[in-house]
Each structure stands twice: as C-alpha cells, then as structure tokens.
Design a protein around this ligand. Structure first.
Ligand code: 2PG
Ligand code: MG
Length: 375
C-alpha cells in the first residue's frame, strides 16, 4: 500500500479542544485523543502545536510500500518532530489503509476474544472543573457471556445511577458527578449493584481509577472529599488496601503516585492493581514494574508513548509476564473507534471507556459489531 495522498486537518475533540485528523488515500480517516490527567512520563502530544503538525503532514511524503504492521516503524521518527498525537493518528490511518478498514482482522485473522468493558459511571478529579469526588473514576465491571450483554449491563446500571442520584453534571467522560465523599459513593454503588443483581440476576463489580498523582503534593495525598484529608504514603497504601477489602473493589488504577513502584507492590494483588501514569505505555517502565512486582494489570494508551510499534511491544511483554492489559480511551476523545480493533486484534483483557457520549459509544458499538462478525 502506497501513500498516494496524505491530508491532515484540525478537528475538535469531545472537550472541544483542537485535535488532529489524518486522511490517507481519501478513504482512511483517523484521529488521536488527548488526556487531562496526563502522566509526567508521557510522550509530548504535540512538539509545537497542532497547526505545526497539520502543516508538516500536509507537506510530508513517504515512498514506502506498507504491507505489514511492522512497516509502521518507518513513521516512528515523526514523534520527535511533530509529537505523539499526530504520529499515532498517521499510524492509525496507514493501518486502516493497509487493512482496508478491517484492522482487528489484519492484526490477527484468528482473533476471537472480546475485551470486558470497564465502564466509567461516576467521576471527578481532573475530569471536571466543578466540585466532585477526589477519585477520578468509579468503574463498573460487568459479568456476562457476551460483550454486548456486558455493555448493556453497564448502560443499565449507569441509567439507574442517573435516576437515583439525580446528578445534574457529568465529567468529561460522561460519568455522573456526585459531590460526595469517596466512602459515600462506595456505599451508594455497593447498594446499587446489589439491587441490580436482585432484579436482573446479573452480577456487577466495581473498581476505581484513583489517579492519585493528581492530588499528590509535597510528598502527601491531599483529599477534599474523603473521611481523611491528608495522608502520608504509608497511610495511603493502608487506605487503598482498606477500601479494596471494605468495598470488595475488583480493580484499582493508580492508587499511588506515578513514581512509587515499591508502594504499588504493597497493594493487595487479590484485586487487579493497574498502572496507568506509573507505566505510561512505556516498555522500560513496564519492565521496572514487573521486576518490582508493582502491578498485575496495566493501562495501554498508544498516544502515551506516541508509537503503535512501541505500544505493541508493551502489550506483548505484559501478556508474556501475566500482566492483564486494559486498552483505554482518553478524557478528550474523538470519534475514531480504533481502540476497539486494537483490543480484539491484540487479544487484550479489558477496554476502559465511558458509557455515555458519542465518542465513547462509538467504541462500544464497534466492539458489538466485531462480536457479531466473529461469533
Ligand atoms: C485515565 C484517563 C482516561 P486522561 O486517567 O485513565 O480515563 O484520563 O485521558 O485524562 O489521562
Ligand atoms: Mg488513569
């Protein structure tokens, strides 16, 4: 596949920020999302700005016959010139062109597993400007046989939360904002999933993305909306393990700040202990986390590392070492459903997205469509 025509332009993401869209050979369109609670070890989204990247790509040509996934490496050097986001958008578009939009199938013709959807239902932290929970995301973990059933369960529980809480505001990712203490939200969700199970027979667990780096200042964790306000590192470790036990959490992402590999090792591995800002889809950081036994689960966001080739290496290394993988949306999302394809093509365990909002639902719908194709 030759790139005969390459076009780039500025579009708006779900947070109404500028994002980049790339179109290869008129038909293959891709874009990259942006984070708000970005880790300090992430690749730079744009080296200068989006305009510079658009201009660069509109004058860029590459004479190369793209045939296999590994050929995308030819584009990796762009990350340092224009940034991680435009490089990812271009690699997505080229991958779509190589596969004629059948990405998951191109990545793995025998792909047959769908990821479990972790659904962001209640949130706060860096994903809103109004007063909310310190914990960035409360995530539903449904249990059912098919992906479509699991996605429906998440939506039904989400609607129930909306009705019962009468919440008026939502986060950037479409989760309800309940301006209550973390512990009160845990209690609320515990009762709610119990009720849901009584009525429907479906079991739903829940977990959290604490995004703890966001409120880690001068060596301490500073809460606004919690029983305890300021916690030392030791107390935070105790707090997270206590929440896991008390509320039976099935998943905890970034319970500690992004440099605390040894602290993560002390978190209760009976549950999924997931690293996002800790690892930032970076192979060297993942190796460090594996060595220190920090995590049993990790977030994968291609634009954190700014290369699809590097992302694949990280996913392979994680699976080889028994680390569960969670492909994730960003808080500023676009309509590109690519992460649905990567989840299936790379046999990933979970996908983390919002439950509500067109940029989130497009990923869930794509997975439901892929499921119909595969099964
Ligand atoms: C996270 C992400 C996605 P952001 O912290 O996991 O939910 O947030 O895209 O703002 O980094
Ligand atoms: Mg996170």
């Amino acid at each position: 596949m030759l790139i005969k025509e390459l076009k780039a332009r500025i579009i708006k993401n779900s947070r109404n920020e500028n994002a980049i869209e790339v179109i290869v050979n008129k038909k293959y369109v891709a874009s990259a999302p942006s984070g708000a609670s970005t880790g300090m070890y992430e690749a730079k989204a744009f080296t200068k700005d989006v305009k510079f990247a658009v201009n660069y790509l509109n004058n860029f040509s590459v004479h190369y016959d793209f045939e296999e996934f590994k050929d995308l490496e030819v584009l990796d050097h762009l990350k340092l010139i224009i940034g991680g986001n435009p490089t990812i958008a271009l690699q997505y578009a080229v991958l779509k062109a190589m596969s004629k939009n059948k990405v998951y199938n191109f990545l793995n013709p025998r792909a047959k597993r769908l990821p479990i959807p972790l659904g962001n239902c209640v949130g706060g932290g860096a994903h809103t400007k109004i007063k909310a929970s310190d914990i960035q995301e409360f995530l539903l973990i449904p249990e059912a046989k098919t992906f479509s059933q699991m996605a429906n369960i998440n939506r039904n529980v989400y609607d129930m939360i909306g009705k019962l809480s009468k919440a008026k505001h939502k986060t950037d990712e479409g989760a309800f904002i309940l301006n209550e203490r973390n512990e009160d939200i845990f209690e609320f969700l515990t009762d709610l999933v119990y009720e849901f199970r009584e009525h429907t027979g479906y079991k739903v667990n829940f977990g959290v993305d604490v995004a703890a780096s966001q409120f880690f200042k001068k060596g301490k964790y500073h809460y606004n909306n919690s029983k305890q306000k300021v916690l030392t590192r030791e107390k935070q470790i105790y707090q997270i393990n206590d929440w896991i036990k008390e509320y039976n959490l099935g998943y905890v992402e970034d319970g500690l700040e992004e440099n605390d590999f040894s602290g993560f090792a002390k978190l209760n591995k009976k549950t999924l202990i997931c690293g996002d800002d800790l690892i930032t889809t970076n192979l060297e950081r993942l190796k460090k986390a594996v060595k220190a036994k920090s995590v049993n689960c990790m977030i994968v966001k291609p634009n954190q590392i700014g290369s699809l080739i590097e992302t694949k290496k990280v996913v392979d290394f994680a699976h080889k070492h028994g680390i569960k993988t969670v492909i994730s949306h960003r808080s500023g999302e676009t309509m590109d459903p690519m992460i649905a394809h990567l989840a299936v093509g790379w046999n990933m365990n979970y996908i983390k997205t919002g439950i509500f909002g067109k940029e989130r639902e497009v990923k869930l719908k794509e997975l439901a469509r892929i499921e119909r194709e595969i099964i």
